[in-house]
Design a protein around this ligand. Structure first.
Ligand code: C2O
Ligand code: CU
Ligand code: CU
Length: 456
């Protein structure tokens, strides 16, 4: 695809629209009240936040929040977002997990030009699937996501789902020191291993918050892993919580059990029957407390488990006639010589090829070409000692088998591929375009673990 600057309306007009001058605010959110669809003006801009008590962190925010403003739409409706870049550098928005036309996918030089400082870009697409999704840049990702440019996108079911209460919990660990200053978002020796972790865990931008929930009610907890690196080993002891959806897509409700591994980019929707007032539950990552869920008195009659959520309209792959493609994910640390010449580090590769984030032509050399409406099985082999949350843009796939665990097939956009695991996923290639296929550990993606898959 080629671009002209005309595709992006530029500059001052955008600033005029949001009326920055005079208000003193560095952001502004507008949502017209007189229309029934969900429209937003979303501004990315610097914002000082207090993550470490008494200290300032120079975050970057969407809609005046880091993590960003929660965008909501209803299944079947269009979402129209005028995105305004008031950052000091180019950026884009990618809508993670949303099945949309390529032009709206937010990948620089693949689906659009970067949105320059002072410019705006109108994203608009129809919401085919209900569920918990999110948005983030696809430019300088380690730093831009690391600074806080991550936000939830909630698509409500077309008909009321049976949940009357819900909370979104955005999980993110920040790369900050004890004074709240940012540390390196990506350190080469970490990028070559499990990725560079942040040290300060937060839920909705606060370390270990206490969240009040209505006693006796069933609450839908939407847990989103918006972190660059960490796989959260989620647990909610003694809660009896049930899983209703994974990565946006409904599953047959089942107990959360001991622990669920939520990799970067992944989401889980839980139903929690909130215990009697005064009881506290602990949401944890392994043994570490992420948040306290505190039950407070509530006068509605007690709720019961809602029925399973309705399935999304994702095409069912036919495994009998599917063609199998193989993808090997490998460590390639010794290839990293380009870095000496100022190029990108390449520690990782897919089928022997490392993506170079500085090379704007990589997407012209797709790693696989799928026939429109063809049925495919991808065999994903992890030949490394680290796990990789493997994510595909543009299409939703079904996880069908693994050599490491029992799979009850489910639809997703991200599969956490374990160490030395081989898993099979299947999809119908029903969305034409050039789609990124990458690990969502951001510094793996930026050091080679990305490829383009073309559907024609
Ligand atoms: Cu959240 Cu390219 O993805
Ligand atoms: Cu994505
Ligand atoms: Cu990875």
């Amino acid at each position: 695809m080629s671009f002209t600057r005309r595709q992006i309306l530029t500059g001052l007009a955008g600033l005029g629209v949001v009326g920055l001058a005079g208000s003193g605010a560095r952001y502004w959110l507008g949502r017209p009240a007189d229309i029934t669809t969900h429209d937003y003006e979303l501004i990315a801009a610097p914002l000082d936040v207090e993550l470490v008590p008494g200290h300032v962190t120079p975050a970057w925010a969407y809609g005046g929040q880091a993590p960003g403003l929660e965008l909501r739409g209803r299944q079947g409706d269009w979402l129209r977002v005028r995105f305004i870049n008031n950052l000091p550098e180019p950026t884009t928005i990618h809508w993670h997990g949303i099945r949309l036309p390529l032009e709206m996918d937010g990948v620089p030089y693949v689906s659009q030009l970067p949105v320059l400082p002072g410019e705006f870009f109108d994203y608009r697409f129809q919401l085919h699937d209900a569920g918990s999704f999110w948005y983030h840049p696809h430019t300088s990702s380690a730093a831009q996501l690391g600074r806080g440019l991550v936000g939830p996108l909630i698509v409500e079911e077309r008909e009321p789902s049976g949940f009357r209460h819900e909370r979104t919990l955005n999980l993110k660990s920040w790369h900050v020191d004890k004074q709240g200053a940012f540390t390196e978002f990506s350190v080469p020796r970490e990028a070559a291993r499990g990725g560079t972790p942040g040290v300060l865990s937060t839920v909705n931008g606060t370390h270990a918050p206490t969240l009040d929930l209505p006693a006796g009610q069933v609450v839908r907890l939407r847990l989103l892993n918006l972190d660059n690196t960490l796989t959260y080993r989620l647990n909610l002891p003694d809660s009896g919580a049930r899983i209703y959806a994974l990565d946006g897509h409904p599953v047959v409700p089942m107990p959360l059990g001991k622990e669920y591994w939520l990799g970067p980019g992944m989401r889980i929707d839980l139903a929690l029957k909130v215990p009697e007032a005064g009881v506290e539950l602990s949401l944890r990552n392994g043994p570490l407390r992420l948040a306290t869920l505190r039950s407070v008195a509530h006068d509605e009659v007690a709720g019961d488990w809602p029925p399973a959520l309705p399935a999304n309209p994702v095409a069912e792959p036919d495994l009998q006639r599917a063609e199998t493609l193989r993808f090997n994910f490998e460590w390639a640390g010794t290839l990293s010589t380009d870095a000496a010449q100022g190029g990108a580090y390449t520690f990782w590769q897919i089928n022997g090829e490392a993506w170079d984030i500085n090379d704007k032509t990589c997407a012209d050399r797709p790693i696989a070409t799928l026939k429109k409406d063809g049925h495919y099985i991808f065999e994903l082999r992890n030949l490394s000692q680290y796990q990789h949350p493997i994510h595909l843009h543009g299409m939703t796939f079904k996880v069908i088998s693994s050599n490491r665990r029992k799979i009850d097939p489910w639809f997703t956009d991200t599969y956490l591929l374990g160490k030395n695991e081989t898993a099979r996923i299947a999809l119908v290639a029903d969305n034409p375009g050039v789609w990124m296929f990458h690990c969502h550990v951001i510094d793996h993606m930026e050091t080679g673990l990305m490829a383009a898959i073309e559907v024609v």
